[in-house]
Design a binder for this molecule. Sequence first.
Ligand code: C2O
Length: 533
Amino acid sequence: SKIHHYKFSVVMKNTTKLCQTKPIVTVNGKFPGPTLYAREDDIVIVRVTNHVSYNVTIHWHGVRQLRTGWSDGPAYVTQCPIQPGQDYIYNFTLTGQRGTLLWHAHISWLRATMHGAIVILPKRGVPYPFPKPDKEKIIIFAEWWKADVEAVVNQYTQTGMAPNISDAHTINGHPGPVPNCSSKGYTLHVDSGKTYLLRIINAALNDELFFKIAGHNLTVVEVDASYTKPFQTDTIFIGPGQTTNALLTADKDTGKYLITISPFMDTTVAVNNLTAFAFLRYKGTPAFPPTTLTSTPPINATAITTKFINSLRSLNSEQYPAKVPITIDHSLFFTIAVGVNPCATCANGSRVVADVNNVTFIMPTTALLQAHYYNISGVFTDDFPANPPIPFNYTGNPPSNLATNNGTKLYRVSYNSTVQVVIQGTSLIAPENHPTHLHGFNFFQVGKGVGNFDPTKDPKSFNLVDPVERNTIGVPTGGWTAIRFRADNPGVWFFHCHLEVHTTWGLKMPFLVENGEGPNESILPPPKDLPKC
Ligand code: C2O
């Protein structure tokens, strides 16, 4: 295996979009940021130097970080932030992983402008389990605010209400051709007859997106750096934090074809409903060809999302078996919801909050992993209430009391135990699809459904053979998702909704995985330069 060294310099950069220029927080002055390239089992060493006035951290979303939780990145969970003028070296191994992932800032809303691709190629000489593409292209979606993004999230602190939605979606940094803004949009150049592997990343903060290319089908081969059974689709559905690899065959002679991304929202929650445009352009196409158009799915196209999600299966081949845990040590039930708590300093005297099992997570001021490693008491408790009553009607009318409990509560499991979490989306208030992310693990989605989870019936139809393996999963609006994983990675691992607005509101909790007894079953000691709080 090889060692790859990268330098991430966090700097402000004046950037113009939508006819307006503002300074944004970037890595190396780029939006989207630089791509990390490596192969399976390689070592990646990234020195991050903070030249801005904000505290920063970087998370390598989907990288398992086996025994190296110190390099995972969520602020106050696995590390204290890198303060202005300081640096920190992230050092991790891509053990048994290949595919597309993303890195992003993991503090406040800095990931709006601090994110980029992680491309992990198979080991040298190991082919893809699908026809070899002629070329590979990275396609990253994001959201753009005309205002300063940190000021946007601060609206929540002051008012207790939802911060403003974004002003545009972007494709590889471009909102699409914007009239009178001298923005031409992104163009994907292709040669007729060639096959392209598109590495598609949704780095948006709050929007789940549909992706389409006029006149072309795509073949999905991988999600969240796990191979899938290939399937064809004309629409990709992708939530924040998710990645999808798809093959595109340039099967036309020439021409220019519209590419669109547009949001999905199947309830009345406010969302940026703008479409961003890019173009697919064949080599040899005349200068001003007509563009072949495509329609975008309706914003509430639940049928399209369901069809896409139902098509996802692990490849489960001899070489890449789906190692689904069959017996379960911890059977957990999590409700995820939005509530309202009193707030003395907020304009209305109350604030919107979000919770897991009615606990709104309160960020500590010491990193949880340090508190765990050094036995510092008073930072967290390990009494996370993991089994609220079922059956219960979680999708009925709102209760009169919308208040949640506050706490810094972890759920503790022993090394190598198996965990099942049924995540129940409630529709009590603000029902919404939640793309939920677990750090430190891939998990299998063994089941899902609409309405209330029924513990006597639903597990009978779980897929324990070839369920999709991912790190971020949609919990349907007023429905549930069941995931399973093996807790073979000691440390403290964050679990949260990857809609940044919900994370901010408290829809997050950590798992604490204890060390095992064996020689390679405990977390490694912290690096010397680990930031202090
Ligand atoms: Cu991609 Cu905890 O995040």
